[in-house]
Write a protein that binds this ligand. Sequence first.
Ligand code: PEP
Ligand code: MN
Length: 286
Amino acid sequence: MSSPDRKPPYHLVSRESRPELGSGTAEVAVAGVRFGGGLPVIIAGPCTVESREQTFGAAEAAQQAGADMLRGGVWKTRTSPYDFQGLGEEGLRILEEARARTGLPFVTEVLDPRHVGTAAASADMLQVGTRSMHNTPLLKEVGRAGRPVLLKRGWASTLDEWLCAAEYVASEGVLDIVLCERGIRLDPKAPHASPTLDFEAIGKLRRATFLPVIVDPSHGTEDAALVPGASARALARKADGLLIEILPRRWTADRVRCDGHQSITPEALGEIVRRAKPDPGNPPGA
Ligand code: PEP
Ligand code: MN
C-alpha cells in the first residue's frame, strides 16, 4: 500500500476520486445482483465447465442453496499444458443454458485478449484471473468491453499493483470492478505450498479504494474442508461477497477433472449462504 506521504499510482479507483461516497463502497450491479449493496454476494459453481450434466448439476445446486451468481471457467489457465484447457466457446453455450435454467447471471474468466469480445457477448461479468493480473493488454481489452469485471489479485502482487491493474481497466472506461482476494504465496520455494488468504487486505483496500472486495476461499485454501471457515472469516471482515467452487449434488470430488479437492458440496454451500444472509427475523447468535 502507498505510504501516506506518497501519492498513489492510481487515481480513478482511489477513494479520493469519489469523495461523495465517504467511507462507503460503490455498488457494482451485475444483471440485478448488487456488489457493495449491503448483503454479501455469493457466487458459486464449478471450477471448470466440463460437461452439460456437471455444469447444470452445479448450477441448480448453487441456485437451490441461495447463491446469487454462477461461476465456471471455459478457458482455463492450467499449470501444466497437458491438463484439460477448457471447452472454450462450447462452454459459453453451456453456461448460457445454465443461466436460462436457473436465472443466475454468470461470470467467466478470459485469458486471451482475442476472446474478450466473444465472452462479453455472452457472460454477465468477465473475470481476470490471478495469473493474468499483470497482463496489461488483457486488462485494457477487458476495460473496453463494457462488462463488469471481477479482478483477482496476482498471487504475488502487492495491493498497489492490484489497484494499478484495476486502474488499467478503469482507464479504458469500465469502473464496474470487483476485487477478489484469492490467496498469496508466502513460500514459493515449497513444491506444493498452499496459498495464504490475506484477510487484512479487505480493510486496507477499504481505505484505498471504493471498489467492492470479495474473497475466493476455494483457491485461497485449496481445501474443501477449510472453505467454510475461510468464508466465515471473510464475512467477519465485511467482505462484499464470496466466490466458491462447488460440486453437483451427490457428486464426489474425483468425478470432476479440475479442482475437485477444493470444491464443496451443495449442502456446505447452503450452510455458508444461511450464515452470510441471516433471516432478518432470526439474526445470527439468536
Ligand atoms: C478461477 O477462479 O477459476 C481461477 C482459476 O482462479 P485463480 O485465477 O484465482 O487461480
Ligand atoms: Mn478452480
